[in-house]
Design a binder for this molecule. Structure first.
Ligand SMILES: O=C(O)CCC(=O)C(=O)O
Length: 365
């Protein structure tokens, strides 16, 4: 037997990507590694989006959704998922908060990454940050975080979605749910830095997962009982897009709950396009979606995200993160807590950070 043949059986072999890799790449000083441009067949097929007519869902109080089932053509749903999972860099963010005087570590139960900058600044085509009004370079210290421009592959999607939804976006948040244990708890994207009635376009790729919506608590009026709006479940499949607009964020909460079963094991990517108006939005999005932690990259041979470092030409494989052991349900906040580590509850994060616009009658920027 030839030397190396045995190795083939022992070592996991890198799998060939199921998409054509473009030679052109997006580079930026803030990227841990460069990101290939969208494969040409993807770009071509995106010309056929939206792949289905949209359905407006506004038959419930304060709800205004536009649902495309699907938005991304079926010809590229799977390979676009593979491409974005393989080529982007992800984070598993942990952050500390002080809850009632106790230092607690919050662990985000999914991989995240983010690109963009709020409306007070722009990126030039060469990747420099300039002031949106004066066009001079952004002064040192405007941001504590390091904003990143959208790589070409996500910028192409942004332009497409802007054209369809008639809205403009300056942020792209990406979630990767590795399996059914990854989730996002009930929250609304109602931060003040998004302005009143923000439009958020949300694209799904990969495993089908339930998207649940429920109305925020309605205070009883003096004139009798208010009919409780029904909860909604949209079984988001690969390629689907939901536009949440109007009064939806101010009044409704949404979540992707944990799931058992094989479908969720396929992994799911969610991409949201949003528009942050002020620099607080930039700080918030980078803090909670990049943090200060380790970079993760998909390892096709191992079939999981692995820690990535620039040393040794890129990949250093360490243990993939294990989901935190559930220890106790913390009823008040509806999330899982261990001794001092809890899984993220986005709604808690906003109110603790004083960023929720829920209890404000005005809209201070
Ligand atoms: O994964 C999804 O569909 C929802 C993501 C979400 O709610 C968020 O990023 O705020």
């Amino acid at each position: 037997m030839k030397r190396g043949t045995l190795d083939m059986f022992v070592k996991p072999q890198p799998k060939k990507p199921k998409y054509e890799i473009s030679r052109e790449k997006s580079h930026h000083t803030t990227y841990p590694f460069s990101v290939p441009h969208l494969p040409a067949p993807h770009k071509e097929q995106l010309g056929f989006a939206p792949a289905a007519e949209s359905k407006v869902i506004n038959d419930q109080r304060d709800l205004d959704l536009v649902y495309y089932q699907p938005y991304i053509p079926s010809t590229i749903q799977a390979s676009l998922f593979d491409f974005l999972r393989q080529e982007l860099f992800y984070y598993r963010v942990r952050y500390n908060i002080n809850r009632g005087g106790i230092q607690t570590t919050v662990s985000t139960p999914r991989f995240t990454t983010v690109f963009g900058v709020d409306a007070t600044s722009h990126f030039t085509s060469s990747g420099s940050l300039i002031d949106a009004v004066t066009s001079s370079p952004v002064e040192h210290g405007r941001y504590q975080c390091k904003p990143r421009p959208l790589p070409q592959c996500l910028d192409e999607l942004r332009k497409l979605v802007e054209g369809t939804t008639n809205e403009t976006y300056n942020f792209c948040l990406v979630n990767y749910y590795a399996d059914g244990n990854d989730s996002i708890s009930y929250h609304s994207d109602d931060e003040r830095f998004l302005g009143p009635n923000p439009a958020i376009a949300s694209l799904s790729l990969g495993a089908r997962r339930d998207f649940l919506l429920k109305h925020k608590t309605i205070a009883p009026s003096g004139t009798g009982t208010v009919p409780e709006p029904k909860q909604i479940k949209l079984p988001l499949g690969s390629g689907d897009m939901v536009l949440m607009r109007g009064t939806t964020q101010a009044n409704w909460l949404h979540s992707i709950p944990k799931r058992a079963g094989d479908e969720a094991k396929r992994g799911r990517i969610n991409i949201t396009f949003r528009k942050a108006l002020v620099k607080r939005g930039t700080e918030n999005y980078y803090q909670y979606n990049v943090g200060s932690g380790t970079v993760y990259k998909w390892d096709a041979g191992l079939g999981k995200m692995v820690e990535w470092t620039a040393q040794a030409g890129g990949r250093i494989q360490r243990k993939a993160p294990k989901n935190l052991k559930r220890q106790k349900t913390y009823k008040t906040y509806g999330c899982l807590v261990g001794p001092q580590i809890i899984e993220e509850d986005k709604s808690m994060r906003h109110s603790w950070a004083g960023e929720s616009s829920r209890d404000l009658n005005t809209f201070p920027l």
